[in-house]
Design a protein around this ligand. Structure first.
Ligand code: ADP
Ligand code: MG
Length: 674
């Protein structure tokens, strides 16, 4: 039962099933002191007037508890027989529970109740455990949990929970021992001890994860890689004659970092972070040219078909002038065409390919893959990154590009094994996108505004939410929206395209292309266009039902405009009633275009698992630690991990740590990465 409900299998699991809060039961409140703010409270008094009342579902047992200051009613709807058997009128009891008010009287239903014989019967601080409804019905209540854990603690000795952290670290960081940490987490005898215990176990969690990341990093540094010895004609020729604009300083710096990495003979594992529109693609292309200069093939992998296609069209356009072939490989490239691409990759006649996950399938063989660029990383699992490694005798260099700005703490836990490059500068001439919040009722004027922009020769996106849970309804409102837009915009004069996930890949691509080429002025879409799509002429992003979007998602969508020199607009359309959270999100969006600020807010509001879809990955699953709230501990543990690994990279002098890491590797996907 515990196993299926809470994944508790061993005694040890029980020890690690920490309480999620505590009830302070050291104090006894006078009944007369109850006020409307009183929540959980404890009373001591005499029990009188026990009686059964009501029938059927209203059948209940009521009793009165009184002390010298007042009286309160106790009510049981369940466990009536137990109460009748165990409680006696006239006896004194300690009662604890949530105080409620009914008809002007205070009461507690299903109180925790025990005989009050002396001061010693006052329980102290009581842990509260998460249980499930099923367990509660079987009688496994919070109380019984506490009792099981308590009796477990009576049996185990100090040495049953040995220390795993080196004593130097314990001293330096003023941590309490593991035994006391776990004991105090369950049964704190004071608030101070509870805090010490909590800090110690958070420290341990974060330290172990930093050790794991540190070891991965060490592995990368010894992993042999291809040496890109020279900057050759392809790179130089492109830089001199084909580059459509001047690189920003940030782009130049990142390219230098990539050149240095790839020249060492070790495998590059670099994360390229840059806000939407910062110009990552050109960096990718020039890195690919560098690979080609050194006789290697290169691929660029995107999370969606549309993005892969866009890279293919954009890059092959630039490459054409230089006579460098590039092909597309996605799920919808089939038959003869696919065969040809596969053959050309295998015999080396095709230097560059853009694609989706299709690229990492086993059937795809490269003659000599030297660089893999992964765009919009957070959609690829870490495991998929690892699959790329097997595509050559040594793993290719890996450049991971992400447009979602990653707050520092998250980067330390998610990508701590990668070197990080940042493009912190937008190409010149960009104007800040104007963001406004509009309510449904003003739709007419919003549409009028968009039409004016379109008449100036601009293009507009209109995006509808789509989530799995309400997919059918969402599609219906997308279709309704499309019909409406066609009415707003005279169909003879304007062209409206629509893309969504239910369209077949070819149709989706055709519609998208109509917008990319400027044949359609308005694109009605779901969030399939969220990342990467690049149409510099688009100047309006209208987000419908914006209250349903997350912060990072809205920021990504907004990043689709403001890519050219024109003033661009982002309109967040909502209903007239907004809950506090949605309102806060909209407010943040209106007040800033700084992707890092938005990512920080998003992380604080939603937590890392939600935000990056890494919930299942196991890499961010901490029992106690929170990488936002505990950023200070995270920094400490990172430094400590680096220091420890510097003196003992194999952890051969720290067996307990090695053992713990090994165990975690089995439990999560970590093992697969290394
Ligand atoms: P992202 O980082 O979001 O992937 P892109 O690589 O798609 O951004 O670039 C956004 C737009 O900016 C593209 O139209 C690209 O051609 C343009 N761009 C990139 N670098 C520069 C630059 N240094 N100067 C001017 N325009 C640039
Ligand atoms: Mg991009």
């Amino acid at each position: 039962m515990l196993r299926t409900e809470l994944e508790i299998v061993t005694f040890e699991d029980l020890l690690y099933h920490y309480p999620y809060r505590y009830f302070d039961r050291t104090q006894i409140l006078k009944i007369g002191a109850i006020n409307p703010q009183t929540e959980f409270a404890q009373f001591a008094g005499k029990l009188i007037n026990m009686a059964e009342e009501g029938d059927g579902r209203k059948h209940r047992l009521v009793a009165t508890l009184f002390d010298e200051t007042g009286r309160i009613e106790l009510i049981w709807f369940q466990g009536i027989n137990w109460a009748k058997k165990n409680l006696r009128e006239g006896d004194r009891y300690i009662v604890f529970g949530k105080v409620a008010q009914f008809n002007g009287y205070y009461n507690i239903s299903h109180p925790e109740i025990e005989p009050f014989t002396s001061e010693a019967s006052i329980p102290g601080i009581q842990p509260v455990y998460s249980t499930t409804e099923k367990l509660r019905l079987k009688g496994v209540t919070n109380r019984s949990f506490a009792k099981i854990t308590q009796s477990l603690f009576e049996k185990i000795k100090l040495h049953d929970i040995p220390e795993i952290l080196p004593s130097a670290i314990i001293t330096e960081h003023k941590l309490c021992s593991r035994y006391y940490a776990i004991l105090w987490l369950h049964f704190p005898d004071s608030v101070q001890h509870e805090e010490m215990a909590r800090r110690r176990m958070k420290w341990e969690e974060l330290f172990l994860s930093q050790l794991m990341i540190g070891r991965l990093r060490l592995q990368h540094t010894i992993q042999q890689g291809w040496r890109f010895e020279r900057v050759g004609d392809f790179f130089n020729n492109f830089f001199r004659s084909h580059l459509p604009f001047e690189l920003t300083n940030a782009q130049k710096r990142v390219l230098r970092e990539i050149r240095q990495d790839t020249a060492t003979g070790r495998q590059m594992n670099r994360l390229l972070q840059g806000d939407v529109g910062s110009g990552k693609t050109i960096v990718a292309l020039m890195s690919m040219l560098l690979a080609l200069d050194n006789g290697f093939q290169a691929c660029i992998m995107a999370p969606t078909e549309i993005l892969a296609q866009q890279h293919y069209i954009g890059l092959s356009g630039l490459l054409e002038e230089m006579g460098i072939p590039m092909k597309l490989l996605t799920g919808s490239v089939k038959g003869k065409e696919r065969k040809a691409v596969l053959a050309a990759l295998a015999d080396g006649s095709l230097p560059f390919v853009a694609g989706t996950h299709a690229l990492i399938e086993d059937t795809v063989e490269f003659q000599n893959l030297g660089l893999a660029v992964i765009d919009e990383q957070h959609r690829f699992g870490v495991g998929q990154r690892a699959r790329l490694w097997k595509k050559n005798e040594f793993p290719p260099h890996v450049l991971v590009m992400t447009a979602t700005p990653i707050p520092r703490t998250l980067a330390m836990t998610m990508y701590g094994d990668l070197d990080v490059s940042v493009i912190d500068e937008l190409p010149p001439g960009r104007q800040e996108i104007k963001t406004v919040h509009r309510k449904d009722v003003t739709r007419a004027s919003v549409m009028e505004f968009i039409r004016k922009e379109v008449d100036k020769g601009r293009q507009a996106y209109i995006v509808y939410p789509l989530i799995e849970e309400s997919e059918k309804l969402d599609y219906e409102s997308l279709m309704a929206g499309y019909e409406q837009v066609k009415v707003w915009f005279n169909e003879n004069k304007y062209h409206i395209a629509m893309v969504h996930g239910r369209q077949e890949a070819g149709e989706k691509a055709r519609n998208m292309q109509r917008f990319v080429k400027g044949e359609a002025q308005v694109l009605v879409a779901t969030t399939v266009i969220e990342v990467g799509v690049n149409v510099p002429n688009a100047s309006v992003m209208l987000i419908e039902s914006a209250e349903r979007f997350g912060l990072s998602q809205m920021h990504q969508l907004r990043g689709r405009v403001g890519r050219g020199a024109e003033q661009s607009y982002c309109i967040l359309m909502t209903g007239s009633k907004l809950n506090d959270e949605s309102f806060k999100r909209i407010k943040i969006m209106v007040s800033t275009t700084d992707g890092f600020k938005i990512a920080e807010e998003d992380l604080a509001m939603r937590g890392p698992g939600e935000m990056y879809g890494t919930k299942q990955s196991g890499t961010l699953k901490f029992k106690l630690a929170d990488i936002v709230a505990d950023a200070d501990i995270l920094e400490e543990t990172r430094d400590a991990a680096i220091k420890l690994l510097a003196s003992d990279p194999g952890l051969s002098m720290h067996h307990p740590l090695r053992y713990m890491l090994g165990r975690q590797a089995n439990q999560s996907h970590w093992g697969k990465i290394s």
